[in-house]
Design a protein. Sequence first.
Lengths: 298, 183, 210
Amino acid sequence: MRKFFPVEELARDSRFTQINMRQAQADPRTALVGPNAARRAKTNRLTPSRPDASEAARALMHGIFVGEIQALEGAGRTCHDFETATGSNSAAGTETDSVPFALKLDMARQAWDESRHVEISVKLGEWMGAEIGQFAENTVLFEAACSTDPVMRLAGVNRALEGLAIDVFTTMKEFGEVAGDPFLGFCEDWMLADEVTHVKMGSDWLRKVTENDPERRARALEFQSIVDKLFSFGGTRSESSDSPIGLARRFRELAGFTSDEVDEIADVSLAALEDRKAFAAAAMSSSGMSSSGMAADE
Amino acid sequence: MTVTVEPEVFRFVEFDNAMIAEVGNKLAAQLGIDRPIVVRVDETTPLGRVRATIGDTIEVTVESGAFEDSKRPRRQSEVATTINLGRILLRVRDRLHGGFGEAPLDDDIALAQMAAWETYCAGRLSRLGLRINRQRWLYNFRNRHGFSDKADAAFDAVWAADSLTWVQLEAISDAAVAVPSSA
Amino acid sequence: MADPYKPRTPFAPWDRRQLPGLFDVEESARRIGNYKWAEMKLFETLGGWVATVPELDVKMRLGTHCYHHAWHAELWHKRLPELREMNPDRLTKPANDAMVRFIEALSEPEAAEQTIEKLVGVYRVFIPHFIAAYTFHRNNTSEITDAPTIRSLNFALHDELEDWRDGEMLLQSLIETPAEVDRAAAHQARLEKIMLEAGGIAGPGSIGVE
């Protein structure tokens, strides 16, 4: 088996269809600008009071499901792709092709946690009326897990994307509680506890492994910021009520983010939301669409 | 009756005007709708709301997500087109012929009542042979009426029904709502 | 209540544990170093395979079992310093070159169509050998002096037996044709021959027979 498995070859059964982030970003449609935005309620936040709440929650649950599969695969690959650091490197793993034994153990633990999350997501999806593979699978999470530097994986996956999972689970937990769903809030709360642990693992290991290499740490944090912004594309997650998913400040702080870091993520996410609005407005304008949503000459 | 579709050519999505018209014509014949239908697709949004205005011509406004293949963004799904056009045309037929004269305008219908009406439509579409995921509609019904045996029994009654009036549907929905709320 | 000051035998009548054992401290540490190395290779391989198997149920099982073996490796890693091996890395090694070749052959299948080979290697060859070596060690080491190792062996054995059942049942559900039976058997035979050469997880004598 090779070291470093390409995202294009992720193995799936015939129910799944995969798209990458570039394809997802190429979609010029959005509900954030144009005539629909004006007609919409004051907030896009995913709550049961939204008319499309059930549909939106189901789609998000499927997104969680495939995200958990990729998180499982990413954690598993980190167990396999790197040598186990020995001797003087064993604590820090100063080489980019090796990781400390204890870090591998944490990744194996994460693989088990993510396996359970896949199981939970399958059950919740059935409960909500979703079908496996019903929605396209965006492979962005595994892409972030393909770096050949394990520190980049910690920053991109454990801190950025698992951090996003904290925000998503918090939103879904609140959704389930408000709707009175007997399972959704219960399960999301359990998964949230695991995700806080995974983000903390990422924060702790990132700090430890780059203890004597500030340049490597800076590169990793920059990568995290890129992933944070990439995944906020479309305004999916921010503190603005335009975003379906909020930023879970308290849980992020429990997971090892400083207040400054959470502020930075909030800023990056808001910037991504504004970028998306500008992109969509430009796409509409270049297609000759007016604010009515119809071609300007009609 | 003729179904016309706008726009002729899609720019944001890969939809087929002729296929939508064909599906619409088939449904109109199957449901006995005897007025011209115009289907206007708003391709600038990925959302999936469908609305209808009834006049001499029935005007159906569709957000592109309603006809989209959820596995392949921006591409059309014939199944989704059939189901979502079918749902709205059933509601149109209910208003025209089915004892729904007292029903408020769509925008004024409470979310729980709308969920009940959608369930009534989905149940009938499943009996027309369309592949409908019952659990999907049960979940929507529960979100609006509460997660309770009472709500589930109401769902079963609505799902199995073929000739409800608005007054009957409203009564079932109102009785099933566990806690009156905006949901 | 009985008189708490009345002398009692230190070992209750039902406690039949014996002092003698086959392994001294060095031999126990050597075997445990081999176990740790083998468990590490197994959890790394299982983790790597998760992305390569299309079957969703198998994918989730591999992720779960990956952690079981990582935890066993951790148990052995923690036991080594208690056996006078203050540098656990020194004894974390394969029993011999054949074990290295065994791991190479075990982890070789990668294609999405090779789930049978992947599972056969783990559940019909490797894990049965873990069960054998651990059982031999548990049943032959001193029940009193080496009790911490026995406790870890029992935890590990519980997982190994549960995981073996999971894996074997997955295999039985995946093998649908006589040709697939042959595929599974051929791969099992190939790996079993290398393991025979290795003499087991801890080399010759893994189960007492040299």
